[in-house]
Write a protein that binds this ligand. Structure first.
Ligand code: SAH
Length: 214
């Protein structure tokens, strides 16, 4: 897959990325282990591999980006993920976040609206043997293609307002994290559906995502 010296370099870079996540307040051991086990360089183009472990988003073509590791980590840390959680990711992009989720949960559903990205992500996930991820091509803006009930929904693209149809997919006790536009830019919003059905929301920090197309 890559030369040994390159492999060593990627491994060292992964170690540094984990350290930086830890010092940035990511304490979940299972989450840090997931970051340690997924080779982020496999999700970017050959030309950008040398930057794959920087804490930054990177272009993946079609005007889209692979998310920043620390942002993904913040999103996932507030989700209370268990292996039995039914998880939906909106915005497969490169497939990187779906790969992390596949280590944390038994089964992951992820959807993407750009066909070429959907195909490429599927290939990489297959190549890495992560066969518990179901990739769905979501060619219309709605979420009919991923109808179901989920304990965790992670939206990897920014919305003006959270689409009401996504709330309908939340199981009682479920959590959803969505970046939304705010007065100062973008903010990560966490929603929790209580057993009673009511939704509690909380902002958990800033974000920088490409738009959700609905
Ligand atoms: N999670 C990705 C980053 C995704 S970037 C990663 O780890 O690489 C956001 C992605 O959301 C883009 O690829 C964009 O095409 C996709 N997207 C935007 N609106 C969407 C929608 N309504 N349904 C599915 N995917 C959508």
């Amino acid at each position: 897959m890559y030369r040994n010296d390159e492999g060593d370099r990627f491994q060292r870079a992964t170690g540094l990325m984990i350290q930086s996540l830890r010092s940035g307040g990511i304490y979940s051991t299972s989450l840090l282990q997931a970051f340690a086990s997924i080779p982020r360089h496999m999700f970017v183009s050959e030309a950008l591999r040398y930057r794959a472990y920087e804490d930054t988003s990177l272009p993946i073509g079609f005007g889209q980006t692979i998310s920043r590791p620390s942002t993904i980590a913040r999103m996932l840390q507030v989700c209370d993920i268990r292996s039995s959680s039914r998880v939906l990711e909106v915005g497969t992009g490169s497939g990187y976040q779906a790969a992390l989720l596949s280590v944390l949960c038994d089964r992951v559903v992820t959807c993407e609206r750009i066909h070429d990205l959907y195909t490429r992500a599927r290939q990489v996930l297959f190549q890495l043997g992560l066969n518990n991820v179901q990739c769905v091509y979501n060619d219309n803006g709605g979420f009919d293609t991923v109808r179901g009930e989920y304990d965790i929904i992670v939206v990897a693209a920014v919305a003006d307002a959270t689409p009401p149809s996504l709330f309908e997919l939340m199981a009682p006790g479920g959590v959803m994290v969505v970046p939304v536009h705010s007065a100062s830019g973008q903010v990560l919003r966490r929603y929790a559906r209580e057993e009673s059905g009511s939704i509690v929301e909380e902002d958990i920090g800033d974000a920088n995502f490409v738009p959700l197309v609905v």
